[in-house]
Structures are given as structure tokens and as C-alpha cells.
Design a protein around this ligand. Structure first.
Ligand code: GRF
Length: 217
């Protein structure tokens, strides 16, 4: 079966991009990264794409008068590369409902909380302040509302005594790096599909009981 083609959109360090690069290095992985796009010319993640020999481009939002113009350039680049899925990985631009609708079912994001809890910014600090006992991350299809949309997968971890926003962020990030490639695998293998407002798994996807669904190892 032909591999699914991914575009990965970044704004910063790109550690989730790296996890997808690493996963795609396995010949058996069912997806490949065709294109990396950053909206910031200095995003550290761009060097990761260069190192892996992946086509990369910067589409700097500051070069455009309007959000729509910026998104038109983004859309052109994505269509030219004929990508199947667009993976947001620390991409720090809000996308308009038009763009989101055009890419419905193909636009994916990762967020460092168990959605629908803790949408938005400063998530780790807010989780520590709230005293929650289970944290985690979510991979989801993007909808017009920020940090919402059909959930593809989630992984949970305990919040430990003495955790700070930073230590918690580090441990959630380790889960992110496993969950994102696992979710893209599910989609590429058509073992998960969008059904209205939710994502349904094929019966072959068996939860392992270790607080990650889909299982990551
Ligand atoms: C991750 O925590 C991701 O969940 C959030 O932004 C961060 C990006 O980190 N959306 P990185 O650039 O992938 O290292």
C-alpha cells in the first residue's frame, strides 16, 4: 500500500516533528513526511528537517497582510505537495474556520492535556495549580474551535508529588512522542476513521490497559 504523505507544520523546537521523522525512518511505517513548513524562519525544528533530508519551507505569516493570504500560501504549498494529512506540531498560528473546513478530516493536532480539559495556553502550570492527579496528551482532528475536534488518541500519566510545570511538561512530552506516531499509523493504516464528531477504531485495535489508547508499544 502506498504510504500516506504528511506535511508537518511547526513554529518552534520541533521535538514532535522529530518523533515523526524517527517513526517514518522505519521502512514498515505507513506514512512519510513530504514537507515541513514553519511560519517562523528561525524555528529550531527546521534544522531537524534539513538533517533528515526532508523538503522544508518557511511561510512567514509576517510577510502577509491578512490571515487569509497567509493561509492561501499555506494551502498552495500543501496541495502542491499532494499531502494526505497535515500534522500541526507546535504550530503557533490560529487557523481560520475556512482553512480548517477545507482540510477537515486531514488536519491533526497534538495538545499536552487530556482534552477537553485544559485547552489553550500555559497548560502545565494550570494543571499543577488545579491539583489534578492524571495528566496526559491528546491527538485530535482540528475543528474551528481551538483545541477541540474529534479525538484520535490519548495517553495519560500520573502527576507526581513535587511535580512542577516543567517536570510535568517533560513527562507529558515523552508520551507525545509516542502517541503522535501511533495515531498517524492508525490513520494511515485506516484502522481509525472519522465518524461525525468522533473517531472510531477498527476492532483490531486493542487497548493494552496501560493508559494509552491507541497502545504505543
Ligand atoms: C507540544 O507540547 C505540543 O503538544 C504543543 O506544543 C508543543 C510543541 O513542542 N502543541 P515541539 O515543538 O514539538 O517540541
Amino acid at each position: 500500500m502506498a504510504k500516506a504523505k504528511l506535511a508537518v507544520l511547526i513554529s518552534g523546537r520541533g521535538s514532535n516533528l522529530q518523533s515523526l521523522i524517527d517513526a517514518a525512518a522505519d521502512p514498515d511505517y505507513p506514512a512519510e513526511i513530504s514537507l515541513v513548513i514553519s511560519n517562523r524562519p528561525k524555528a529550531a525544528g527546521l534544522a531537524r528537517a534539513t538533517k533528515a533530508g526532508i523538503t522544508q519551507t518557511t511561510i512567514d505569516h509576517k510577510d502577509f497582510q491578512t490571515r487569509e493570504d497567509f493561509e492561501a500560501a499555506l494551502d498552495d504549498a500543501l496541495r502542491l505537495a499532494k499531502v494526505d494529512y497535515v500534522c500541526l506540531a507546535g504550530f503557533m498560528r490560529m487557523l481560520t474556520p475556512n482553512f480548517v473546513n477545507d482540510w477537515r478530516g486531514r488536519l491533526i493536532n497534538i495538545h499536552p492535556s487530556l482534552l477537553p480539559a485544559f485547552k489553550g495556553m500555559h497548560v502545565h502550570e494550570r494543571m499543577i495549580d488545579a491539583g489534578i492527579k492524571l495528566a496526559g496528551c491528546t491527538v485530535h482532528f482540528v475543528s474551528a474551535e481551538v483545541d477541540a475536534g474529534p479525538i484520535i488518541g490519548q495517553a495519560a500519566i500520573p502527576v507526581l508529588p513535587g511535580d512542577t510545570a516543567d517536570t510535568l511538561a517533560d513527562r507529558i512530552l515523552q508520551q507525545e512522542h509516542k502517541l503522535y506516531p501511533a495515531c498517524i499509523r492508525l490513520l494511515a493504516e485506516t484502522k481509525a476513521r472519522l465518524s461525525g464528531a468522533v473517531v472510531l477504531y477498527d476492532s483490531s485495535v486493542i487497548a493494552s490497559g496501560d493508559l494509552s489508547n491507541p497502545p504505543t508499544e
